[in-house]
Unconditional design. Sequence first.
Length: 239
Amino acid sequence: MISQIASPNFESRQGQAVDTLIFHYTDMLTTDAAIARMCDPEAKVSAHYVVSETGEVTQLVAEVARAWHAGESHWRGSNNINARSIGIEIANPGHSNGYVPFPKVQMMAVRDLSLEIIARQHIPARNVVGHSDVAFLRKIDPGELFDWPFLAKAGVGMFPFDARATTGRELHPGDTGLPVTRLQTALSNWGYGLKLDGDYGIKTQQCVMAFQRHYRPEKLDGIWDNECAGLLSALLREV
């Protein structure tokens, strides 16, 4: 059962169809505090749904409306992410307040809610992403403890279960040239908003870390190695 608390923080989608689902963590100590903030007109933030640590789901904004959850963001060639997405805030203290694993009952609630949204809005699997994917220069949520494989096995999003490491050159921050441009192109082809400038600077490093946080969370080093390359290749083969 989904409870309803109306947030004033929304606006019209102006005819934009929904094709993206974005997961966030609340980065606050309690679910109630997060809901109160997203219902505060002064805060100017909101999401469509909040999922508590114990699996209760609260809807704050109707899916037909544009909630204010993604901020400055980019995915698959679009910068208008709030207008085309559904945002789910998942209660967790976040990295600011002692980041902890997401309880199984909470992940099950996220799974069930997401399956309903995906079916209702016809959202493609590659457009089920984290806030850190669409805003990698600013955000790291829902973070490396979020159970993406659990969701993917249930039909929520994509995960490269059958990936194998490739053979090739590792790329590091500070590298430049064609190999870096090829990496940037591959990450951009998957969806990340990355400039193709051949410079493995802070933006590319942060993008690589966002990719690792989603698909290889046990090693967040910002270095593009053969395991990362195999994971991305497996994802791109699926689309």
